[in-house]
Ligand binder design. Structure first.
Ligand code: 5AD
Ligand code: FES
Length: 346
């Protein structure tokens, strides 16, 4: 599928034609990655952050947030809980926080890898190569780092660099692949300044870089941030060019991503479930996705990990989310994934 065809589908509004897109995406999903839905237990290990990403509610400048950093033993307890619930992997996610020392993370990874069969995914932002290498040697399997946009100007606008460094997530993803990580990335749909052309290029980029995992969710404005505050309108692309942050467009992006990256692991995201609590998860899974990331963070911490308001599941326990996910997966005739659920070989 060429770029202009991706673009055309993104703008498609005819329901009958869209049925064709959904059917194609679901057929490719079934044929290439099967009916199993892989479950990743998400552990939000801390919300300190040194970055100022313009969309993110826990960025360094965000006021009125209680910051936390989970202790090693608490994180390990979450991992054991994920294993007990039958999940094949855990994702340790935090803001970009040098307060999490590389050696602390490495020790946690080592402990999980030696005491459980879990695959371990890290999502800790932009970190030094020697840290990333240390974690790989400790046994980490995968790393998630969404590039958020393939447009250089928009990228710079929403990701102010730290003094003395240049933010380059694409380059980090490539280096991590060379280190042996499975690499995951993704974008938000409808971020202010995102045009249709840019979103089509984002999807093309997933294919060009042969990403192993691709997370796509709607942009949900956080009033604590520049892109969600009173000035939000000033960041928008001109009328007609700006991509809306709605469910339909997100589902088109998921479906198209499945078509161009048939073997990738694609989650039905929490942001989509937040936008449509009733059916968002199921719609994502029915239109290309094959992964879900149930939260296993203790409830007292998950309320503090507020990257956007109203996040799904903030008041639930790991046990409740497990039951909820299982019911949703079964309701659409799919099966719970077994094992770590790594990327299928081509
Ligand atoms: N709306 C939707 N998704 C967001 N993320 C961060 N802030 C928001 C927001 N306001 C996503 C980013 C990040 C992931 C962990 O959460 O894409 O990579
Ligand atoms: Fe958490 Fe449904 S997945 S309540």
């Amino acid at each position: 599928m060429q770029r202009d065809e991706i673009l055309h589908w993104l703008k498609e509004t005819d329901e009958a034609r869209l049925e064709e897109l959904w059917a194609r995406a679901d057929a490719v999903r079934k044929e290439r990655v099967g009916d199993e839905v892989h479950l990743r237990g998400l552990i939000e290990i801390g919300n300190y952050c040194v970055r100022q990403c313009a969309y993110c509610g826990i960025n360094a400048c965000s006021q009125g947030i209680t910051r936390y950093r989970m202790a090693t033993e608490e994180i390990l307890a979450c991992a054991r809980e994920a294993h007990r619930l039958g999940y094949g992997s855990v994702v340790m996610q935090a803001g970009e926080d040098p307060g999490f020392k590389a050696e602390t993370i490495a020790a946690i990874v080592r402990e999980i890898k030696t005491t459980t069969p879990l695959a371990v995914t890290l999502s800790l932002g932009e970190r030094e190569d020697d840290e990333l290498r240390l974690w790989k040697e400790a046994g980490a399997d995968r790393y998630l780092l969404r590039f958020e946009t393939s447009d250089p100007a928009l990228y710079d606008h929403i990701h102010p660099s730290l003094p003395g460094t240049l933010s380059d997530r694409m380059a980090q993803l490539e280096r991590m692949r060379d280190m042996g990580y499975e690499i995951g990335t993704g974008v938000m749909v409808g971020i202010p300044g995102q045009t249709w052309d840019i979103l089509a290029q984002d999807i093309d980029t997933f294919r060009d870089y042969d990403m192993d995992m691709i997370g796509i969710g709607p942009f949900l404005p956080s009033p604590r941030t520049p892109l969600g505050g009173p000035d939000a309108a000033s960041h928008m692309a001109p009328e007609g060019l700006q991509v809306p942050n709605d469910e339909l467009t997100t589902l088109k992006a998921v479906a198209l991503t499945r078509l161009v990256c048939p073997q990738s692991n694609i989650p039905s995201t929490t942001a989509l479930a937040t936008l449509d609590p009733k059916a968002g998860r199921e719609l994502g899974l029915s239109r290309g996705a094959n992964v879900v990331m149930p939260n296993v963070t203790p409830p007292e911490y998950r309320v503090l990990y507020e990257i956007y308001p109203g996040k799904a599941c903030v008041h639930e326990t790991a046990q409740v989310c497990h039951g909820c996910m299982e019911a949703r997966i079964r309701s659409i005739g799919r099966v719970m994934g077994k094992g770590p659920g790594g990327r299928k070989a081509s």
